[in-house]
Ligand binder design. Sequence first.
Ligand SMILES: C[S@@+](CC[C@H](N)C(=O)[O-])C[C@H]1O[C@@H](n2cnc3c(N)ncnc32)[C@H](O)[C@@H]1O
Length: 346
Amino acid sequence: MEQETNTSPDSGHAADWHIPVLLEPILEHARRVCEQKSAPLLVDGTLGDGGHCLALLRALPGARYIGFDQDAHMLERAGRRLMAAGLAVRAPIRATDRIALPEPGGVQLVHGRFDSISTCLSVSNLAADWVLLDLGVSMFHFRSAGRGFSYTDEKLDMRLDFARNETAAQWLNSANQTEIERVIREYGEERFAGRIARRICENRPLESARQLADIVRRVYPPGQRLHPATRTFQAIRIHVNDEMSVLQKALDSIPDILAVNGALAVISFHSLEDRPVKQVFRKLAGPRQHRNKYGREEQESRSERRPFEILTPAPILPDAAECGRNPAARSAKLRILRRLIDNNNT
Ligand SMILES: C[S@@+](CC[C@H](N)C(=O)[O-])C[C@H]1O[C@@H](n2cnc3c(N)ncnc32)[C@H](O)[C@@H]1O
């Protein structure tokens, strides 16, 4: 495979590609999980700029890659980058379309949310050897998407997929104060949620991201370490894109997407995302409950094989060197779950 030479992001600066987080542990685990397979199927639920994809295909050159993103612009950027690196890239399909397996070393792009990975694979009777979810948005969204993710004079939109849901401005201008407060408190873990929601309602209609950032800034006492609007913007982005229910649905579909010996790796960036990942992993890898002949719940005997195992008893965190190189990696946590047996056949 060629090195990247003749392509750069929209800005024209190659340094603007999203820097893939926790790349070394991802590559190490993917190699180990896929070592017995000559042409493993890798599924990336969050292709973004394709940084993990490029590195994984360099580490596993015989792998076939399916890359999802719900943002059509990201698929266009990643497609351009991957083709320039010499990969055979197929134009985006939808998750409900029948998929023809890409050739070894090739990539099939899919425009869709990662909770539709199970639909996509089942339509074509496929199971994945490696699945990656690198949650959240990419540096492109913060720096240059112009969709209201940064605190500047951008339209307050925040949608990743334009075909879905209302914009952040439409929602903030129509929801009631209690609902806005709930979202900011729940998804932003924001202690000033009540005051922020009240000020938002007093200052409607909101149009730009700067207006929202200024409202939040005026609520906060001066001298904060984080930008005061960080938590509020995160909360509204999560709400607008339905992020928590999409994540839960994807986690619930793990038994439908992983091949035997296949693994799912999830990189999360805050406790709201990490909590359901940890819970579902523990549930799938924990002792199974049976009903005994009297109808009582009993745990499986020790000799029974569990269908899943957790490969990361504690989450893998970036080291100081990675955080120095890429401050966006600071809060990342990587958890990996592996399927051991087909529990439908036990
Ligand atoms: C953190 S970036 C991924 C970066 C990527 N791993 C790389 O190395 O370039 C997350 C990407 O996932 C996409 N995304 C977020 N939520 C998604 C979802 N539920 N389904 C599909 N794509 C999603 C975003 O549009 C963004 O491009």
